[in-house]
Design a protein around this ligand. Structure first.
Ligand code: FES
Ligand code: FES
Length: 188
């Protein structure tokens, strides 16, 4: 049966990790609460619930977004990727593998958000997007070297209360190198 709509609720279909999820939501429901409380996709974490910690980061149309500040109704028709959609079967996403190999976590609570952010950071960097610490922001300069400073700045929206930052930076750097290699091989 199709979910009901009213003046306070809307019937929407969310496209998450390639699957369609029809549901009726109160218009005030955040995407984070829809994921966790309605759809049992609890990989996405709630930290501050006010856009300050990054624990709830997901990808919307490939761009990172803090799902606690995004209304579920506004996410209809968009491609949403959560941590549950990163791996391909038993094969971890290269960013997940790098976090695992380099201990890019301690308690793991911030890790899904860190990984979603890192996936987008690597794409943004490869596309030549500058950051606040990029010296030469001219388009013709191309992507800046992905130094630890660049990674720290680009990942600065994701807090880690355990302070696993050193390993997180190493994991992002390794995954970015792997991404560059794969891109080179694909275009050779
Ligand atoms: S829970 Fe969304 S930014 Fe902290
Ligand atoms: S690993 Fe514990 S908060 Fe980041």
């Amino acid at each position: 049966m199709a979910p009901a709509s009213s003046s306070t609720h809307s019937a929407i279909t969310l496209n998450i990790n390639g699957e369609k999820y029809p549901l009726s939501v109160d218009h005030r429901t955040t995407l984070l609460d829809a994921l966790r409380e309605r759809l049992d996709l609890t990989g996405t974490k709630k930290g501050c619930d006010q856009g300050q910690c990054g624990a709830c980061t997901v990808l919307i149309d490939g761009r990172r977004a803090v799902s606690c500040l995004h209304l579920a109704v506004a996410a209809e028709g968009r491609e949403i990727t959560t941590i549950e959609g990163m791996a391909e079967g038993d094969r971890l996403h290269p960013v997940q593998q790098a976090f695992l190999d380099l201990d890019g976590y301690q308690c793991g609570y911030c890790t899904p958000g860190q990984i979603c952010s890192a996936v987008a950071v690597i794409e943004e960097h490869a596309a030549g997007w500058p950051s606040a610490v990029t010296d030469d922001v001219r388009p013709e300069a191309g992507p800046p070297p992905l130094t630890a400073e660049e990674i720290r700045e680009r990942m600065s929206g994701n807090l880690c209360r355990c302070g696993a930052y050193v390993s997180i930076v190493q994991a992002v750097a390794r995954a970015a190198e792997a991404h560059e290699e794969t891109t080179k091989e694909a275009s050779a």
